[in-house]
Design a protein around this ligand. Structure first.
Ligand code: G1P
Ligand code: ZN
Length: 545
C-alpha cells in the first residue's frame, strides 16, 4: 500500500479565489505548503463522490510541472485514483473543460494565470472546474477559501514523480495515470462543430489567408495542428507557436496593446484576410481583419447573428448572454431573433448554469472571451474557427461583415480603460465615492447625456436563484450610452480599476469613427464621476482596449 503522510501546515490568509481561481505571484505559490494548502482545501470542500477521476493540465507557464507533481501526491492521498493529464502537463483551458465533460470526470485542476505574464517573478494560478466542465461556482470557491483559513494539515502520498512527457498509461498500485495528446480530443470537437471541408478548401487554396499569434502560449500546438496541419494554412501562418514558460517575456494577452505587431500588420498592405491571437491558457481571442479590429462585444453579436451558417449551430440557438460590462450589441441581435438575452456579472462561471439549463447557446465578455455550450469555458480557437467559417460561407471580408452588421443593427461604440496597480485604499475610496453619488445622479444631465439609472449591479441567477451583489457600478443614460466601473478580480498587484464606456450610434455615416474620439465626452464624464486621475495623479490609463 502506498504510504500516505499527514503534513502539518499553517494557514495562509490570502487564498481567496478571484474572478478565475487563485492567482498569485509564483513566489507566493513557492512559499512552504502554499499550493498544498489550497489543493487540500479544494479536496476537503468537495462532497463525497464515487467519481475518483481528475483532469489536470496547465498553460505551461513557469511552475506548471512542479505544481502538477505536488497536486498528484495530494490528490492520491485524498482518494483520487484516475488522472487524465495533457502531455508535458499542457492543456488549454477549453480543452480541459472538454475532457472533463467527455470523460465524465469529477472535475479538473487547471494551472494558469491566463493572460498574466509568466516566469519566476511573475504569476501563477490554479482553478478547479466541476463536473460540468466549468469553473467552480461561488459556493465552491467560498468553501475553498473558508477551509484554507483554518487548515492545519494536509495529506500527501509517497507517489514518485510522474513522467509527464510520454503518451500512454502508467499504473502505480491502484493509481492509473493517462498522459494524453493535449490536442486530439479538442480537434475532434472542433471538427464536429465547424465545416472543416469548406474551411480546408478556402484556406489550403490560399483563397482565405490568415495569421494566428499564439503568443508563445498554450494555443501554439492547438492552432498549428488545426489551422496548418488539418486545414492546410501554409507553415508560418501560426506564429510564436512554441509555448514558453515565460511567454517570451511578454504578456500573453490578445489585445491591441500586447499583440501590437499583429495588430499593426493588419493595417498594412501585406495584411492577410484574417488574423487572431489567443492568451496564455487559450480561452481568449482577438479577431482582426484587413484594416479592422473587431471588438469582442461586436464579435459576440456577429457570431450570434450568423450562427445559422455554422453546422454545429445551424439548427438554432436557445439564447445568448453577455457579462454586464459587455456592450449591448448582442442584445440587439437577440431582440431581432426573438431570443432570450441574459446579463450576468463579470466572469465565465456565471454562464455555467444558463448553459447547463439550455437557456443559452452562445455567450461572451468584452474581455476577449467568447464561447458556447460546446464546453463550459470561453474558447479562443473556437471563436477563430467560428469567424473563419462565417467568412468562408459568406465569401466576404471581415470589414464587410462588420460594416453590414452595423448597418443592420447600429454600432455600439465601445472602449475599456484600465488603471492597473492602483493602491488598494485609493481604489476602494473611488468605489465608495461612486456609490455615494448613485442616489442623486438619476435624471441629472451632463451635456447631451441625461442619467436614466445609476446603480450597483446585483445578479440573481435564474437557475439556482443565488444572488451575487456588488458586481460593478452602472451609470446608464437616456440614449442607451453607459459608463461602468468595477475593480478587477484577477489582478495580483494592488487594484485595477476598469472603466467601460459605450455609446450607441444608429447613423451609418458615423460608424467609421475612432472609438476614443466618439466616446471622448463620456470618457471625460467618467473621470468626473470617479476622479481616478485626480486621486492618483495619473494622466492616462495603463491599457486601453
Ligand atoms: C477579467 C475579465 C473577465 C474575465 C476574467 C477571466 O476579470 O474582466 O471578463 O472573465 O478576467 O479571464 P477581472 O480582472 O475584470 O475581474
Ligand atoms: Zn485566459
Amino acid at each position: 500500500m502506498m504510504q500516505i503522510n499527514t503534513i502539518q501546515t499553517q494557514a495562509y490568509a490570502d487564498q481567496k479565489p478571484g474572478t478565475s481561481g487563485l492567482r498569485k505571484k509564483v513566489k507566493a505559490f513557492q512559499q512552504a505548503h502554499y499550493l498544498a494548502n489550497f489543493v487540500q482545501s479544494i479536496f476537503s470542500s468537495l462532497d463525497a463522490s464515487d467519481n475518483k477521476t481528475l483532469v489536470i493540465g496547465g498553460d505551461g507557464r513557469y511552475f506548471n510541472r512542479d505544481a502538477i507533481q505536488i497536486i498528484l501526491k495530494i490528490a492520491v492521498a485524498n482518494g483520487f485514483t484516475d488522472f487524465i493529464i495533457g502531455q508535458g502537463g499542457l492543456l488549454s483551458t477549453p480543452a480541459a473543460s472538454h475532457l472533463i465533460r467527455k470523460y465524465k470526470t469529477l472535475g479538473g485542476l487547471i494551472l494558469s494565470a491566463s493572460h498574466n505574464p509568466g516566469g519566476p517573478d511573475e504569476d501563477f494560478g490554479i482553478k478547479y472546474n466541476i463536473s460540468n466542465g466549468g469553473p467552480a461556482p461561488e459556493q465552491y470557491t467560498d468553501a475553498f477559501f473558508a477551509y484554507s483559513k483554518t487548515i492545519t494539515e494536509y495529506k500527501s502520498a509517497d507517489l514518485p514523480d510522474i513522467d509527464l512527457d510520454n503518451i500512454g498509461e502508467q499504473q502505480i498500485e491502484n493509481i492509473n495515470i493517462r498522459i494524453i495528446d493535449p490536442v486530439d480530443d479538442y480537434a475532434e470537437l472542433m471538427r464536429s462543430l465547424f465545416d472543416f471541408n469548406l474551411l480546408k478548401q478556402v484556406i489550403s487554396s490560399g483563397k482565405l489567408t490568415l495569421r494566428f499569434d499564439a503568443m508563445h502560449a498554450i494555443t501554439g500546438p492547438y492552432a498549428t495542428r488545426i489551422l496548418q496541419d488539418i486545414l492546410g494554412a501554409p507553415a508560418g501562418s501560426v506564429i510564436n507557436e512554441i509555448p514558453l514558460e515565460d511567454f517570451g517575456g511578454h504578456h500573453p494577452d490578445p489585445n491591441l496593446a500586447h499583440a501590437k505587431e499583429l495588430a499593426d500588420l493588419m493595417f498594412t498592405p501585406d495584411a492577410p484576410d484574417f488574423a487572431a491571437a489567443s492568451d496564455g491558457d487559450g480561452d481568449r481571442n482577438m479577431i482582426l481583419g484587413s484594416n479592422i479590429f473587431v471588438t469582442p462585444s461586436d464579435s459576440l453579436a456577429i457570431i450570434a447573428a450568423n450562427a445559422h451558417l455554422v453546422p454545429g449551430y445551424a439548427s438554432g440557438i436557445s439564447g445568448v448572454a453577455r457579462s454586464m460590462p459587455t456592450s449591448q450589441a448582442v442584445d440587439r441581435v437577440a431582440a431581432k431573433m426573438q431570443l432570450p438575452c441574459f446579463e450576468t456579472p463579470t466572469g465565465w462561471k456565471f454562464f455555467g448554469n444558463l448553459l447547463d439549463a439550455d437557456k443559452i447557446t452562445l455567450c461572451g465578455e468584452e474581455s476577449f472571451g467568447t464561447g458556447s455550450n460546446h464546453v463550459r469555458e470561453k474558447d479562443g480557437l473556437w471563436a477563430v474557427l467560428f469567424w473563419l467559417n462565417i467568412i468562408a460561407k459568406k465569401s466576404q471580408s471581415v470589414q464587410q461583415i462588420v460594416n453590414e452588421h452595423w448597418q443592420e443593427y447600429g454600432r455600439d461604440i465601445y472602449s475599456r480603460h484600465d488603471y492597473e496597480a492602483v493602491e488598494s485604499d485609493i481604489a476602494n475610496d473611488i468605489m465608495d465615492h461612486l456609490r455615494n453619488q448613485l442616489a442623486t445622479l438619476k435624471a441629472q444631465s451632463f451635456g447631451v447625456y441625461t442619467v436614466k439609472y445609476a446603480d450597483e449591479f446585483s445578479y440573481t441567477d435564474p437557475v439556482d436563484h443565488s444572488v451575487s451583489a456588488q458586481q460593478g457600478i452602472r451609470i446608464g443614460f437616456e440614449d442607451g450610452s453607459r459608463i461602468i466601473f468595477r475593480l478587477s478580480g484577477t489582478g495580483t498587484v494592488g487594484a485595477t480599476l476598469r472603466i467601460y464606456v459605450e455609446k450607441y450610434e444608429a447613423d451609418a455615416s458615423k460608424h467609421n469613427q475612432d472609438p476614443q474620439n466618439a466616446l471622448a465626452e463620456l470618457i471625460d464624464l467618467a473621470e468626473q464621476f470617479c476622479e481616478i486621475k485626480k486621486r492618483t495623479g495619473r494622466i492616462e490609463p495603463t491599457v486601453i482596449t
